[in-house]
Structure formats: C-alpha cells, structure tokens
Design a protein around this ligand. Sequence first.
Ligand code: SAH
Length: 395
Amino acid sequence: MQPLANVILKKGKEESMERFHPWVFSGAIDRIEGTLEEGDLVAVLKSDKSIIGYGHCSIGSIAVRIFSFGETIPDNDFWKRRIEKAYLLRQKMGLTDDPDTNVYRLIHGEGDGMPGLIADYYNGTVVLQAHTVGMWLVRVAITEALKAVLGKRLVAVYDKSAKTLPFKADIEAKDGYLFGSSSAGEVVEYGNRFKVDWMEGQKTGFFIDQRENRKLLAAYAKDKSVLNMFCYTGGFSFSAMQGGATLVHSVDSSAKAIALTNENVELNFQGDTRHEAFVADAFDFMQEIKNKYDLIVLDPPAFAKHRNVLSQALQGYKRLNAKAFQQIKPGGILFTFSCSQVVTRNNFREAVFSAAAIAGREVRILHQLSQPVDHPINIYHPEGEYLKGLVLYVE
Ligand code: SAH
C-alpha cells in the first residue's frame, strides 16, 4: 500500500493523535502535499514532518481516519493481520465455537483498528458495511483477508455499503456478493432462532449488539407481562418467552419488522399464544397501557444522529421514558436504551432521571448496560461507546 499524499498538521494540533486517537479533523491540517481523492491512503505528519501514521482521507470534518500508527507503511498483509486480531478476540471471548450462538460482530470499526468498517458474521456469511470510501475501495482486499483468516468458516461475503457510504462521495456503490452467495439465512443466539435478511433488513440484518442484554432480560421475565417496544426482529420478546413470561407484546412501526417477528415466533415457539405483535407508533401505543405490563423494554432507534439535534433527542428519550414510568405496574422493571453515539451515558441517565421525576415514581437502578465484547471500545477513541442501557426497578 503506497500513500498518495502527505497530510501535514498544524503545529500543536497533533496531541490527540499522539495519544492514538484515530481521527484527524480538517481544522488540524496545515497543508497537503500531493493531490487527494476521497478514500485515498495518506500519511499523516506532524509539523516537524515526523510521521504519525497512515489512514484513509474523507471529505468532511473528519478528514483522515488513521488505521496504522507509526512510521511503517502498511504492507499487503496488513488487513489480514488486523482481521486475525479481531477474530482472536472473538475466539477468546467464546463466540466463534458456540453451538448456541453463531452470530457475532467480527469487525467493529475503530474498536478493531479499522475505522469506517463493520463486519458481522452470520453463521458463515459476513456482511460488510463500509462507512468510508477508503474502506469501500479496499473491500476486495478485505474479502481476501477474511477468506484467509476464516477458511472453511466463511461461505459468503456480502457488501451492504450502498446506504452507509457518505452520499456526497457520489460513487454509486451497489450492494452485492464479493464472495460466494447465500440466501437470507437463519442464525441462533443463545438458543433462539432468527431469520436474518441482510439484503433487505435494517443495518446488516440483525441487532447483534443487544445479545447480552436480551439474555439478562430472560432472567427477569418469569411470570411477567412484557412489552417489547421497538422490537424489530423480536429479540427481546423471545428472551422474555424463554424466561417464562406469561404474555409478550411486540411493537414496531415497521410492518416488515412485525412480519419478521411473527415468523421468528413460529420458528421458536410454534403456536404459542402468549405472544402478540402490533404495527404501531411507540407514542400512540403507549397512550393507554396503564398497569398492563410488569416489564417494559424501550430500545428506540438513534434519536440523535448528529450533535446539533442532541437536545431534541434528549427530550425524546425523556418523553418516551416518562410514558413508561407513568404506566408500568408497581414493582415493575424497565429496560431502557439509547444507541445514539452523541448521547453520553450521563446525558441519557439525566433524561431518564427527569422522566422518572415527571412520573413521580420511586425508581432504583439495578444494572447499567453497555455493548457486548464483540463491539469493543478502543480506549483511545471513547466515541466508540454508543450503546447505553439502564435496568430500573419502579415501585
Ligand atoms: N430491539 C431491537 C432493535 C430495535 S431497532 C432488537 O433487539 O433487535 C429500532 C426499531 O424501532 C426499528 O425496528 C424501527 O422500525 C422501530 N421504530 C422506529 N421508530 C418507531 C416508532 N416511532 N414507533 C415504533 N417503532 C419505531
């Protein structure tokens, strides 16, 4: 891999990168030597011309995402080594050889030293999602590296980057297989079976990041009536059923999501009358649920995608949680989440705290939840912590 240009930083602007933060903001750049196109490999240099590292450039406020620190130019085996490391971590965490769970995230962007790239493993099929043009341009090399690392465990690689690449880049990427092919598949998570449609589904097809939180919910579900709001493919609902809930209602505004949830119920609990699913808007559905549910799950989509809508998003979390606090049965349990990266753990806790105060209920925190081990957070890149959850006991 040969860098195509040198990005030279302003004096004094190298501090965060010297502490291994992978993002170079455009305001930190003094000048560029060479011509640049979106996605090119570049060298990042301090003002004294010493090399900080190598990365992909982008148009936008994050101008370079560094994936390799130090002077050595990344060689042809670079991606293979990175993926080996990522795989080894999942293996050590017991995710690669578990007959009860064959779905996990293999590459989590900055958390695995590959900023701009997500790779999810679905029982043999890897679904790639590039968020930068640089990562999209190396997708063939990444596929070759995946083949080398996973060997027989890899059946197909599907590229689903068309919607995640920055639209300004104007590269008209099309989704499709980079290796092999596989029809939309079935996976198993802690013994629950799920149909996953990576071609048509949201994100890469499944919200892998809630695995451990779903498992925790099962432990609380016995003899409870459960509302799973924002259910998508029904994950929390099956955990509740597995855990012995007496009634489970799954709600999502997407008819496709509800169809998938119903299909998955049939896979796991054929003919089980404890479950019912509804296509509805969350706020409409939660108008009239007083004393109906012992356990409520709120796992909404990211309310804030950008920092400039943060306060609006926090209002959204407050309103939503207030509805749950006002109506959950006495002695109820609330599992509430935010997956907005720009909402900090404290922001979220304050919004939920305000919601509890509006409802005037006595509330205690039982668990503070996060993302699982296959979504690791690079300690030098705290922005990688995006999933926050609270389990609350409501008197
Ligand atoms: N809990 C899920 C993931 C939730 S993703 C899991 O464990 O897999 C968020 C979901 O919220 C999406 O399926 C989306 O269709 C749904 N959604 C978005 N806006 C909504 C609204 N206003 N009311 C109800 N559902 C909504």
